[in-house]
Design a binder for this molecule. Structure first.
Ligand code: 5GP
Ligand code: ZN
Length: 112
């Protein structure tokens, strides 16, 4: 667990969240400020700062994607958008890697 990491605290249960899925390596919980009818954050239990960092640990990187799949399968979601913000310059605000999984409304392409 990284010091002062909000999502490590959520994984540990020290900060409350609305958990919607969990498996051995990941948990998923509802985003506090949802941008779509479905907006959850899938995070590895292990701390990595961003997608570039977790890619150095292929086992955890694969487990994170498996968590996205597991959540989608549990919900019966076939169409969803997955977003990884990497760096403050594109809006990353929590530096514990997380997949945003969004669904339930139209999504434009390219994203705004
Ligand atoms: P980022 O901007 O880093 O890609 O995404 C961070 C996300 O975490 C944001 O969408 C924000 O709404 C969400 N978030 C921030 N604080 C909390 C919190 O305390 N609980 C939950 N469930 N989500 C949070
Ligand atoms: Zn963390």
């Amino acid at each position: 667990m990284a010091d002062d990491c909000l999502f490590c605290k959520i994984v540990a249960g020290d900060v409350p969240s609305t958990k919607v899925y969990e498996d051995e390596h990941t948990i998923a919980f509802q985003d506090i400020n949802p941008q779509a009818p479905t907006h959850v954050l899938v995070v590895p239990r292990e701390h990595h700062t961003d997608v570039a960092d977790v890619a150095r640990d292929p086992h955890t990187a694969a487990a994170l994607l498996a968590g996205v799949r597991g959540f989608a399968a549990q919900q019966g979601l076939t169409d969803f958008r997955t977003v990884f913000n990497t760096g403050a310059g594109v809006g990353q605000t929590v530096f514990h890697v997380h997949a945003h999984v969004l669904a339930g409304r139209p999504f434009g392409w390219p994203p705004g």
